[in-house]
Design a binder for this molecule. Structure first.
Ligand SMILES: CC(C)(COP(=O)(O)OP(=O)(O)OC[C@H]1O[C@@H](n2cnc3c(N)ncnc32)[C@H](O)[C@@H]1OP(=O)(O)O)[C@@H](O)C(=O)NCCC(=O)NCCS
Length: 227
């Protein structure tokens, strides 16, 4: 028998769809405030979200996602299965994080960002040798291709497209295409455009999504562009 979701330490908006075996408001030592989630979240089984995190409206979360404490996550964010957010992370609106992504603490992500499957973001240059921690800063309308690695303290400007498998260890200016190991960048070719399409956030979670196809789910909060 699946366990009912554990939601005692969570303030959650109307219309929530929470599957069994979900833990919301996990009480780690020293926690202070309940987890806050806006209206109409959909959270699939196996996910744990800590206390002291705040998540906006229309959150969509796959299976076995871990989100630790002190994260600030905007509206219409999608995080797919097996991803880990280590805590003390800021994420804007309309961000889509695919499966098996690792995001360490102190990472800052703008709005309308796509993070491909298996992306690793790092926050320490000399782990176990030097104490410093530096989170990456990722701008708005960025795409990070599958399997890419984003180095500690790297700043990625708005409307940057990072190719699959890139290892980005230096700052990338806005409106650039970056790929390779180590990643090199050049101005973003015209065919890439200058923003991500918010319709792709309004659409379903994945192939097995069961939201109504009539568009009602999509339009209620943001009739136009999300960001
Ligand atoms: C980087 C990328 C955007 C380039 O696309 P593009 O402009 O159409 O590039 P092309 O396919 O014309 O390739 C141009 C050159 O770059 C190379 N290249 C393309 N992608 C590369 C990558 N990720 N890493 C290294 N080299 C790459 C190509 O081999 C080619 O080299 P050549 O000129 O020596 O033949 C694309 O290949 C990519 O990685 N997209 C991300 C896909 C992804 O991760 N999706 C996640 C959702 S599932």
């Amino acid at each position: 028998m699946p366990n009912a979701p554990e939601m005692r330490n969570c303030q959650i908006g109307a219309g929530a769809e929470i599957e069994p075996n979900v833990m919301l408001g996990y009480q780690y030592p020293g926690w202070q405030k309940p987890l806050v989630i806006g209206h109409r979240p959909r959270i699939h089984s196996g996910t744990t979200i800590y206390a002291d995190t705040v998540i906006g409206h229309r959150f969509t979360c796959g299976h076995n996602v871990l989100i630790r404490a002190e994260c600030e996550i905007g509206d219409r964010v999608v995080i797919l299965h097996g991803s880990t957010l280590e805590g003390r992370i800021k994420i804007g609106k309309g961000v889509k994080i695919m499966a098996h992504v690792y995001i360490p603490s102190r990472t800052v992500i703008g709005s309308m960002v796509f993070i491909g499957p298996g992306v690793n973001i790092l926050n320490a240059t000399l782990p176990m040798r030097e104490a410093g921690i530096a989170g990456a800063i990722i701008g708005n309308h960025v795409v990070i291709g599958g399997g890419a690695t984003i180095g500690p303290g790297v700043t990625i400007g708005d409307n940057v497209f990072v190719g699959a498998g890139a290892v980005v260890m230096q700052d990338i200016p806005a409106n650039s295409l970056a790929y390779g190991v180590p990643a090199k960048f050049r101005p973003l070719p015209e065919k890439f455009g200058n923003r991500n399409d918010s319709k792709q956030i309004f659409e379903g979670l994945d192939l097995w999504d069961n939201r109504p196809a009539d568009g009602s789910w999509q339009q209620e909060d943001y009739p136009g562009k999300l960001f």
